[in-house]
Design a protein around this ligand. Structure first.
Ligand code: GLU
Length: 255
């Protein structure tokens, strides 16, 4: 058993140490199968090999020590990027001023280095990219996809209680034509009909009825963008090809 363990460690060491320097030239690529086999049910165990080198990101929020589950996410991103000759970005999602602390940013970087994971671009900070989220919010509003709302949490809860339905926002301000102003949040106008499908290489095609998604906030009353907006804007702007993240984020992915 001891021997096995040692061998496993050596193997792991090889894989890890090969990481960065691994050359994925055309010759080597030609030897690869066109698809990779992953463990799991037959119908989901293959993913098409990327045609161009993938760009992936690890995007933690600096609100505490780096969680071991986040390290796992970082590892999968790193393995995929290194295996496919792609690029791994580190993006610090620090839009929630109340919860972020600078020392956690350093903590994330040093913890990643400590476990032996490196990255190719970044760390980028969302707090330095606010103009992009402001522009996206403006564009959504101009296109009629978002609207300003001055409902307080108390008012939203009171109305939900009165109607006896599920809790959450009821679209009260949808057609009030409010402009930007003190105490107002920008909400996304979720289509009433239809379904949002998330193409997921592991889960298949999870689908979410739009009617079950409330008109969620994009920009808080204090003017800061919520994670959902900044995260999506950055994934597009940074040319991310594959989002590899914890399953806890699947329910919010349609948003
Ligand atoms: N910053 C978010 C988190 O840490 C999102 C991560 C992601 O999109 O992968 O939960």
């Amino acid at each position: 058993a001891q021997g096995d363990a040692e061998q496993a460690l050596v193997l792991e060491g090889e894989v890890l140490s090969r990481g960065r320097g691994l050359e994925v030239g055309t010759e080597q690529r030609a030897l690869h199968e066109p698809t990779l086999t992953l463990p799991g049910p037959a119908e989901v165990r293959r993913y098409p090999r990327p045609v161009t080198p993938p760009r992936v990101r690890f995007a933690p929020s600096p609100t505490g020590y780096l969680h071991v589950g986040s390290v796992r996410t970082a590892l999968y991103n790193w393995l995929f990027a290194r295996h496919e000759g792609g690029t791994l970005l580190l993006r610090i999602e620090d839009t929630d001023e109340a919860r972020n602390r600078e020392e956690w940013v350093e903590g994330i970087c040093s913890s990643l280095r400590w476990v032996g994971l490196d990255w190719d671009e970044g760390p980028f900070r969302q707090s330095e990219r606010r103009h992009l989220y402001a522009k996206a919010a403006e564009d959504l509003e101009a296109a009629g996809r978002a609207y300003w709302c001055d409902c307080t949490r108390e008012a939203i809860d009171a109305r939900a209680k009165e109607r006896g339905g599920p809790p959450g926002y009821d679209g009260f301000c949808r057609d009030r034509g409010l402009g930007r102003g003190e105490g107002r949040a920008l909400r996304f106008r979720v289509p009433d009909e239809g379904t949002t499908v998330v193409p997921d290489l592991i889960r298949g095609e999870p689908s979410f009825p739009n009617a079950a998604i409330e008109d969620f906030v994009l920009v808080r009353t204090n003017g800061t963008p919520v994670f959902l907006l900044a995260n999506a804007v950055d994934d597009v702007d940074m040319g991310i090809t594959h989002v590899i993240r914890g399953e806890d984020l699947l329910p919010s992915t349609p948003k």
